[in-house]
Design a protein around this ligand. Sequence first.
Ligand code: SF4
Length: 219
Amino acid sequence: MLKMMLAFFRDLWRYRFQVRKQDAWIRKFAKKKNYALNPNWMIHTNLEIWLSEMEETFGRRYCPCFEPSGDAQLDNKMLCPCKFMDDEIAEYGTCHCTLFGSPTLSKDGWKQSNQRLTSEYRIPLNLKDGILDARGQPLDSRRGLPVPDAMHQLKSALNNYTDKQLTLIVERQQEALNLQKIAAYRGFGESHRKKGDHYEVVITLDGSTPKGSSSSCGS
Ligand code: SF4
């Protein structure tokens, strides 16, 4: 818990200017649409930090809950505020990430939505001997993308990871390319290759070049 709090305040300081900008458009947008914002300051602020991180990593303000899919049409729909939010707010009171919600949502309703989100992302990882198999997660019914995706599984793994190198197994080329961008943004070393029906991505946390790996996603 202490580790999480420290990481939160470190990220808040790092993205303080971007978070201020995110907060300005979010409040303006919510007012225009007559939506409420997540009343939990920490969740709300974390989402603004993650939006800033998505924008810096991928160059566009993608939803903080889903990495880019590689499908241009779907990716455009996933820019925040996304095209799915009205539908989701009508169904369970908040958008998927719980940033925006119905103005009539009760305190309990927000709590339930926050719990739904947490339970979707805090799953036991398939991590053994330095290999994280990120495949096989359930798909979000609207976007058709895994929850949690490889990006979120990597983040979770790194919370308690002490080795220098981590290998991820992912299903799609786009996931490998996303991990490559995340590694570049965070100053990690990275290499990836297609291996049979999946992609293997090797990340070194000290920024060194992974040994014996190519950086090609070709088949
Ligand atoms: S689910 Fe919410 S936070 Fe995510 S893109 Fe849609 S509106 Fe933004």
